[in-house]
Design a protein around this ligand. Structure first.
Ligand code: GLC
Length: 727
């Protein structure tokens, strides 16, 4: 339809029809088999017929959705189709690594390719909108939803945001919805749904860039967040939604609330009742009410009684109609691929890419000579609750065929015969809680499991210990006050280490964990996060050296939960403590280092890379100039490998304090043994801008440090002066 035709349609719609477009219900009101992702509660609709709503969420499946859509459109007074929305966070049926792992690839290309495959499966399953990418910056590993973020850095998250939006929206048949606007990733105490205490400057410097990147990439939708910022719930924050998101960022897509977030403003104590909540939300600029009573039961009357101007409804409905139109729903209410849905799901091509992304997401934290494994000349014992476990996909994955997942054991058996297997321990301790109150069958006593494992370890040359938190110990509502491995697994590690010192720990997790004991008792550590459908194959490929690891930490790994929030771009303070160990009146703790266990950007290979000193094309530049920063990277080891060369800048003095490092560029290079390559980055004035003391987004003349290295810990540095134009 043309814009004129859409405007004509809007003019012919009744107020009830228009408000209906702004109402989203769980698909359970229309069909069985809906994924419920929030407190559905008793949602009665005195005012609104379900036959007039604009969208549903939580249902997939071309057949059932086509049936729902067909019946719905035929009955609707103006035959306006529904939008079918679903949470496809890291794949639909072919499950990719969790977004936190995808962030560790530092590869926009791989992340875009993963999103593209997710799009194909999602469209084939009849879905029009995915509630992804999740772009909340995270620096607190206690928060359960770090699993869904691409990490702690504004620049990296912005690259990932653009890549995912491109991947999802490339064919124009799936709309992406970035979330959760804004700063949901910084709740106090890491407690989900809690208050967020950030200055406006920190919000703008660190937490908004990735959302802005999604807007610039043309992301079709945005979702408000559950949290408060500046003591206002995002869903009712007019300054955030209209001034920042719409006016400053130029977002003109559809804005949806998070699940029941409009009514939840009652419990925040910011509105009296659902009617007031609806009024606050529509004035703040929320176009669609996801599954609360607000718009459904009160918006028509609020307009009729003159408390809400109908123009606010019209502008929201026009955005919704334009989105439906852009997806071709008026012409074909069910936009899907001709191919049979099942043919697209988990096909070999999708598996191959999932395996590639997974191997690139693994972070080799430590390797004192045990990896890669030898397939024939050594006996290896694979021990732990994650050796033969299909639950290695993220908490926001709902595969209908989880058995498609390849376990470590299945994959290893294809690689080598010289292997022993033992479970050794359960994932969870007896009675330990998960966000979904999961329980584990415990048919065998822990003592028996442990004894069999120790026996296997005794016989082996090396032990691969597959340990980790439960997939539902992270995710929404999955915050943890402690972030260690379950006690039963730590006991397994200890007992095995008493009979075999050659331990390689493979860690499955939805968040950075506290890994001190793993660090002390393992000679090699591979962080595999939640690797998805092809996880087992990817892990076996890396462990046996068929693929060389290349992942880099997208989120700092703390020594202890007491250090959290901890991230690389912190401030020098007035009493810096470079060693991290507390001596006298300096920054830090008396009982812990300020240094992380492993820093952002860290990740080893099976080969070793060396860097020449940073060379700058000139020692100073003005605002119209650029500087080229160059290093030569060499592969000094015995394996071909991929290195992620990282560029960090530091503004040594500003009108407000500035972080000690800021990631401003990455370059992934492949080098064979003995090869070397020039890597250069162009530094522009735009890279130097920040919100100064007057909240102007500008650069300031002065001294800058340029770091280029293999992680945020690099001290490979050169400096230049930014001079004012007049100089
Ligand atoms: C949930 C989540 C959000 C998700 C939505 C729909 O509560 O916060 O990320 O997209 O509801 O499932």
């Amino acid at each position: 339809m043309t814009i004129k035709e859409l405007e004509k349609l809007l003019s012919e719609m009744s107020l009830e029809e228009k408000v209906g477009q702004m109402v989203q219900r769980s698909a359970s009101v229309m069909a069985e088999g809906t994924i419920v992702t929030g407190p559905e509660g008793t949602v009665d609709s005195e005012e609104m017929s379900v036959g007039l709503i604009g969208s549903v969420l939580g249902k997939r499946g071309a057949g059932p959705l086509h049936k729902i859509q067909k019946e719905f459109v035929e009955k609707h007074p103006h035959h306006i189709p529904l939008l079918m929305m679903y949470d496809v966070i890291n794949g639909l049926e072919t499950i990719f690594p969790i977004p936190l792992a995808q962030g560790c690839t530092f590869s926009s290309q791989l992340v875009e390719e993963a999103a593209n495959i997710a799009m194909k499966e999602t469209v084939a399953a009849g879905v029009n909108v995915t509630f992804s990418p999740m772009l909340d910056l995270v620096r607190d590993a206690r928060w359960g939803r770090v699993v869904e973020s691409t990490g702690e850095d504004p620049w990296l998250n912005s690259q990932m945001a653009k890549a995912m939006v491109r991947g999802y929206q490339s064919k124009g048949k799936l709309a992406a919805c970035f979330k959760h606007f804004a700063a949901y990733g910084a709740p106090e105490g890491g407690r989900d749904y809690d208050n967020v205490e950030l200055s406006e400057r920190t919000l703008r410097e660190d937490y908004l860039p990735a959302y802005r990147a999604a807007v610039e990439e043309g992301c079709a939708m945005a979702m408000t967040s559950f949290n408060t910022w500046n003591r206002l719930p995002s869903t009712g924050n007019k300054w955030l939604l209209r001034k920042v998101l719409r006016d400053e960022m130029g977002f003109d897509g559809v804005l949806i609330s998070d699940f029941a977030a409009i009514d939840e403003m009652i419990r925040w104590g910011i509105v009296e009742d659902s009617r007031e909540a609806a009024k606050l939300a529509i004035k703040a600029g929320v176009d669609i009410d996801m599954h609360s009573n607000g718009y459904m039961n009160h918006l028509v009357r609020l307009v009729r009684e003159g408390e809400v101007d109908e123009s606010l409804v019209d502008e929201a409905v026009m955005r919704i109609l334009k989105l439906k139109n852009s997806l071709g729903l008026f012409e074909q209410a069910y936009a899907g691929f001709e191919e049979d849905e099942t043919a697209l799901l988990v096909c070999d091509a999708h598996r191959k890419k999932a395996c590639e992304v997974a191997t690139a997401s693994f972070v080799l934290l430590k390797n004192e000579g045990l990896l890669p494994l030898n397939k024939t000349e050594e006996t290896i014992a694979f021990i732990g609750p994650y050796v033969d476990n299909i639950n290695i996909y993220g908490t926001w994955s709902f595969p209908e065929k989880p058995k498609n997942t390849i376990t470590v054991k299945q994959a290893v058996m294809k690689k080598s015969q010289e292997v022993l297997f033992a479970k050794g321990a359960y994932v969870l301790d007896e009675g330990q809680n998960t966000r979904m109150q999961d329980t584990e069958e415990r048919p065998v006593s822990e003592e028996l499991l442990l004894r069999a494992a120790v026996e296997a370890a005794r016989k082996a040359d090396k032990v691969v210990l597959c340990l980790g938190e439960h997939r539902n110990q992270s995710g929404e509502g999955g915050s943890r006050a402690s972030i260690g491995l379950p006690e039963g697994q730590l006991k397994l590690l200890e007992k095995v280490s008493e009979v075999n010192a050659n331990i390689i720990s493979v860690i499955f997790s939805g968040r950075p964990l506290e890994l001190n004991k793993v660090e002390n008792l393992s000679k090699s550590i591979l962080m595999v996060w939640m690797p998805g459908t092809e996880g087992g194959n990817a892990i076996a490929n890396v462990l046996f050296g068929d693929v060389v690891p290349q992942g880099k930490l997208a989120m700092t790994l703390p020594r202890s939960v007491g250090q959290v929030p901890i991230y690389y771009g912190q401030f020098n303070t007035g009493r810096p403590n470079p060693t991290g160990i507390k001596i006298g009146f300096v920054h830090g703790y008396i009982d812990e280092s300020t240094r992380p266990l492993y820093p952002f950007g860290h990740g080893l290979s099976y080969t070793t890379f060396s860097y020449s000193p940073v060379v700058l094309s000139q020692k100073e530049m003005n605002k119209n100039g650029t500087i080229v920063a160059k290093v030569v990277v060499a592969n000094d080891g015995d394996y071909a490998g991929t290195e992620t060369v990282q560029l960090y800048l530091r503004d040594v003095k500003g009108s407000v304090i500035r972080p000690v490092k800021m990631l401003r560029g990455i370059e992934k290079i492949k080098l064979k043994p003995g090869e070397r390559q020039d890597v250069s980055f162009v530094i522009t004035e735009e890279m130097l801008r920040f919100y100064n003391a007057d909240m102007e987004y500008v650069s300031e003349p002065g001294l800058f440090h340029v770091f280029i290295g293999t992680s945020s810990d690099t001290d490979n540095m050169a400096e230049f002066l930014l001079v004012s134009e007049t100089e």
